[in-house]
Write a protein that binds this ligand. Structure first.
Ligand code: NAD
Length: 496
């Protein structure tokens, strides 16, 4: 019988009573397990368990919360390969990529283990004569996280370790397309010593998400996913007076200057554009060639033509399948539309097969040139292994193009000129910039700082901003009059 993915509520893994959806292996459509949609009663039980646990968890000493994170990161490292395999099964990612997904999450847990230093407030002595002010950083209460399919380990780990280290309790609603990874992360969290109720994992879709967004007991919502859902989550959560941070879709440009190192550009753009089948919010989907650099397009096309998708345990595979047949259909439709709208298809991955896996959601590397701003392949996030090439004459034109795009997650520039790099990093209206680095994802002591249409909210994920998002500042002003002490001193003098 197919295994059911359990919910975690109040420290117990339970079989859900709601309707179920199959979770399939994207390389062959085999049903791996069934995921239950949490019932209203299960959602309420999860919220109640988190509320109850908050009362005791907030009192646990901050260094003790840090020690839980140290034990947790140790266990995640010990189970690195096993979780990597699980991620690979659910998502189809190559083994190396799946392990990278977990590793980037482990780095956030390491940062959460540093929580005492991050929870420090501020003090000023003598704000008035004999009056001091200090601020405490205190947890909010019950927080919720809603996560996408494409990083089933990293993105949940962006959220609950930071929130819980700050003293909150958490409800995670992972993607219904790869929910078992979140359950395994939760099992190890309990094994590390997390008290019951501190973390819940509930499964579901829109209805369950809406319960979290509207329930009065939830104080803050973190979301990562597509633009329409991100906008819905941000609007609904803030309408219900909750704090919200919503990381959404992207269209990431890389700018190639004529003085860029050609080998570096070609080799780095291959992985940055089609790695993980282009299913990364920081994938490079638009290459902007300035002036003469356009002569690199044929070499880039030839290198991309050598990349082939395959099964997660095929060491020669460049990347895996798309997450679902629907995702594959969407990408193929966009490729067709690109051709119809007049872009030149230099490499077409529409008709892609993998030996022994005829039913996988395969799409081969695809390259378009002569792409214009009006085309749908430029305007919309494709989220597939498709690179759009555009040509401009100057760096100023390249910056204007990037700045006019509604998204602002990541961008990069390849150049040998410090002046060009300086101008680009200063003028570009994108939140994460790489210089001779194609995908500039910040490590967790910084924050993940997408801008514009790629992010709704103000405080970003992890780092100092993550701590600010999951906490409230309490400012205490105090006076301790010296009258009694002075009176006592005067008495002593008069008695002499
Ligand atoms: P998605 O928006 O379909 O789903 C994200 C989450 O929202 C899932 O948990 C899903 O169950 C839930 N959901 C889906 N429809 C909903 C609805 N109508 N109402 C409420 N909740 C709903 O996203 P996805 O396809 O899983 O992930 C891919 C998207 O995520 C891409 O657009 C990608 O760019 C984006 N992403 C962004 C970042 C970032 O940091 N900016 C990182 C990773 C992924």
């Amino acid at each position: 019988m197919t295994r059911s993915v359990p919910h975690l509520i109040g420290g117990e893994f339970i079989t859900g009573g709601g309707e179920t959806l199959p979770v399939t292996n994207p390389a062959n459509q085999d049903v791996l397990w069934n995921v239950p949609m949490a019932t209203d009663a299960e959602m309420q039980a999860a919220i109640d368990a988190a509320g109850k646990a908050f009362l005791s968890w907030r009192e646990v000493a901050v260094p003790e919360r840090a020690r839980l994170m140290m034990r947790y990161q140790h266990l995640l490292k010990e189970h690195h390969d096993e979780i990597g395999e699980l991620i690979a099964q659910e998502t189809g990612k190559t083994f190396a990529d799946a392990k990278g997904d977990l590793w980037r999450g482990i780095e956030v847990v390491e940062q959460a283990a540093n929580i005492p230093a991050l929870m420090m407030g501020e003090t000023v002595e003598n704000v008035a004569r004999g009056v001091d002010t200090h601020s405490w950083i205190q947890p909010l209460g019950v927080c919720a996280g809603i996560t996408p399919f494409n990083f089933p380990a990293m993105i949940p780990l962006w959220m609950f370790p930071m929130a819980i280290a700050c003293g909150n309790t958490f409800i995670l609603k992972p993607s219904e397309q790869d929910p078992m990874t979140a359950v395994r992360l939760a099992e190890l969290f309990l094994e590390a010593g997390a008290p019951e109720g501190v973390l819940q994992v509930v499964h579901g879709g829109r209805h369950q998400v809406d319960t979290l967004l509207t329930h009065p007991a939830i104080r803050a919502v973190s979301f990562v996913g597509s633009v329409p859902v991100g906008q819905h989550v941000y609007r609904t959560a803030t309408e219900h007076l909750k704090r919200a941070q919503c990381f959404a879709g992207a269209k990431n440009h890389t700018v190639i200057m004529p003085d860029a190192n050609p080998q570096q550009v070609v080799s780095q753009l291959v992985g940055a554009s089609v790695g993980a089948a282009g299913q990364r919010c920081m994938a490079i989907s638009v290459a902007v060639f300035v002036g003469d650099s356009k002569k690199l397009i044929p070499a880039l096309r030839d290198e991309l033509a050598k990349v082939r998708p395959g099964a997660w345990d095929d060491e020669q595979a460049g990347y895996g399948p798309l997450i679902s047949p629907q995702a594959k259909k969407r990408v193929l439709d966009m490729i067709r539309q690109g051709k119809e709208e007049g872009a030149e298809c230099l490499l077409d991955g529409s008709d892609c097969t993998v030996d022994g896996l005829p039913d996988g959601n395969w799409v081969g590397p695809t390259v378009f040139s002569n792409v214009t701003r009006e085309m749908s392949i430029y305007r919309e996030e494709i989220f597939g292994p498709v690179l759009c090439c555009m040509c401009v004459d100057t760096l100023d034109e390249a910056i204007a193009l990037v700045n006019q795009n509604p998204y602002g997650n990541g961008t990069s520039i390849f150049t040998a000129s410090g002046a060009a790099a300086r101008k680009y990093q200063h003028e570009v209206e994108v939140g994460q910039v790489g210089i001779n680095i194609p995908i500039p994802v910040p490590l967790p002591f910084f924050s993940f700082t997408g801008w514009k249409g790629s992010f709704y909210g103000d405080l970003h994920a992890y780092g100092k901003q993550g701590v600010r998002f999951y906490t409230e500042t309490k400012t205490v002003t105090s006076r301790w009059p010296e009258d009694d002490m002075v009176h006592e001193a005067n008495m002593t003098i008069s008695l002499k």
